[in-house]
Design a protein around this ligand. Structure first.
Ligand SMILES: [Zn+2]
Length: 165
């Protein structure tokens, strides 16, 4: 059986792949996605029919071997990684007693961290926050959701409990 966190990781991967497919058709599309145990939500300017077609295309392509679609450069994992890494870099460069003379060290350290963080973020996505293992996934429709006065679409993904490969 696939546990909840594993479902979220895999749905997160399908979410990224779907955004990749949508962006191929509309390059400047700005969308926000959020995965959960039952699929993923998409907030942005997209028609439900377009979203449904893109999600099915994403699943088809991932099952055909395009697992790298599960990683996306504009994922929240990237921002969190950049924030955490630069904060740590500044903390260590400034030391216990921050002094103005240590500012250049802190600037070098945070610049280096900002430079390295995107690659680290993509690696974290690949191995931790997403999974390309979607062989047991089935597209189950697009439903309308409302939360805090915002309407958005939710792509429902059904997982076959015995469909593991
Ligand atoms: Zn993401």
């Amino acid at each position: 059986m696939i546990n909840y966190l594993e479902k979220v990781r895999r749905n997160h991967g399908i979410e990224h792949a779907t955004v990749h497919v949508l962006s191929e058709a509309t390059p400047n599309l700005s969308l926000v996605g959020r995965a959960d145990g039952g699929g993923f939500a998409i907030i942005g300017d997209v028609e439900p029919e377009t979203l449904a077609a893109a999600a099915q295309e994403a699943l088809r392509r991932m099952k055909a071997g395009q697992g790298d679609l599960a990683v996306h450069p504009r994922c929240g994992t990237q921002l969190v990684t950049i924030g955490a890494l630069t904060a740590c870099a500044a903390f260590f460069a400034l030391g216990r007693r921050p002094r103005l003379s240590k500012l250049p060290d802190a600037m070098i350290a945070t610049t280096l961290a900002t430079f390295l963080a995107p690659t680290l973020g993509m690696t974290l996505q690949k191995y931790v926050t997403t999974s390309p293992n979607v062989f047991a996934a089935n597209f189950a429709g697009v439903s309308k959701r409302d939360f805090a006065g915002i309407s958005f679409w939710h792509v429902d993904i059904a997982w076959e409990e015995n469909g593991e490969r």
